[in-house]
Design a protein around this ligand. Sequence first.
Ligand code: PEP
Ligand code: MG
Length: 587
Amino acid sequence: MQRLRGIGVSPGVVSGRAVILIQRAQVLRYQIAPARVEPELRRLDASRARSREQLVDIRARVARRHTELASIFDAQLLMLDDPTLVPRAAEIIREQRVNAEWAVQQVFHEFSGVFDEVSDPYLRERKGDLSDLVGRLRMNLRQGVATARDLLRDLDESSVLIADELTPSLAAQVDWTKVRGFATDAGSRTYHTAILARSLEVPAVVGLHDASQRIQPGEVVVIDGAANEVIVDPSPQELARAAHHVDDRPPAATADAERRRPASTADGVPIRLDANIEFPDDLAAARYSGAEGIGLYRTEFLLTTAPDAATNEDRQYEIYRGMLEGMAPGAVTIRTFDVDEDQLASRLARRPLAGGWEPEEVRTSRQGLRGLRLSLTRPELFRVQLRALLRAARHGRLRIMFPFVSSVEQLREARAMVIDATDDLARRGEPVPRVPIGVMIEIPAAAYTADLLAREVDFFTIGTNDLIQYCLAVDRADERVSRLYEPLHPAILRMILMVRRAARRHSIPVSLCGEMASDPALLTLLVGLGLTEFSMTPGAIPVAKQVLAELRHEELRALARRVLRLATIDDIERELLGALGRLTTKS
Ligand code: PEP
Ligand code: MG
């Protein structure tokens, strides 16, 4: 038994098996069941194969222009085949029963030490190549499986999370009905995730410095928030104490009713919380999390599972209808395809892109012919989608939304297509009810002309994922600038305010569906900026409800007014977290 001392930020005692998350390096470390060893080894092998294909391809492209640089990739290809790299990672998976990402990272650590000790500067520099290669292997391991978010959603009922740090947006994705508590190396009482833990009533200890290194995945630990400690390999008495506390939790029925309660602030201002979904199956999670409706269904994901759906009106109709009926009486906002040319072409040819669906960062960093712009160049496909949507409208409360709009002209053209599709259906004897039409505000040009767009649509949805990257000129896929991807930049806050004002002046509803709404601290600021409708990852909804219920609308409005006068992101963050710390401990 070993006791680690930290700062208890949320009381309660729980025990569970440790899942380790090393967020700084974006590597999650967890124990796998014996039956998962073989699939994990196959995953490692597939990643090696994909990495080889990519390196061969990059090498060929580089060699065409800069022959001398091709050798860099030769070196990486040699490393990839080195028996001490991937086979060593496989050995770690077998022996320690850990996930492949972690095994690859371990091999990197083992090698780093060796590189650091060699005196030849040329050889020492090869550590950079190794790091690049390991990064590639990890990236390819992620394909089809796991972002930290996906993995956190999959944790089983008896786990506790041990992390180097835990951001609120990540904490908001965790299913806290399963994960019993958490402990982090970083943090203090005013650490924003600490505020979250208190409102969720999840026992938590932070500021442990090196717990994520000292605790092994799968090890049993007790987290005691009141006693400021984490006990590794606890005695039977300690375990019994933790079990007693678990029994004190509210019964499931109370939790269920709690989840279904509509969100509002402490002073009774209603806040609408909808869910963002990618697949029809996500509907269950949306309902379970207490979403009032679907605020964003990203239809392009339909093309990954059913490529022929793009040209098949009946197929799409059935899917949209199922969604509307499944969510009734809640409204469902369906966004028309947001893909670019390459993605669309590969879907239509039923030829998957190399490596399958591209990772989110790559997908969303694309500019150019994408979203509504692309749909307008493919009227035959666009009309199929619009007809399918309009037919489904009879079965629930549908709203149609266009992505990636940058001008009033595009919107008018799209609306004209809606009329054409309505006429098509009328000719077939299928009348169509009136369907609200809205646009995503996710390109700065749309934000700046929100007053003009507002005259011609029924609603706005602010897409901050894209708005931030285009407004701040930060490609999220490029690690060198991704630190500048900052939702709290004054320009972003002003833009959101501008759109909210334009919507109010024209009396149309405006919601916000970017990732930033999933971060409870940012969400409270957005409420302060006057927004009252949001759409987010289903898992984030219960947390959002709890945090909002603790705060008064008028205090959030005052907080936003103070924030809008500040010039730097640091000052804004300090003001926001300081105020939330004060406001939540007061209530
Ligand atoms: C957005 O841009 O904020 C958004 C929600 O859309 P997506 O993430 O699908 O680009
Ligand atoms: Mg977008």
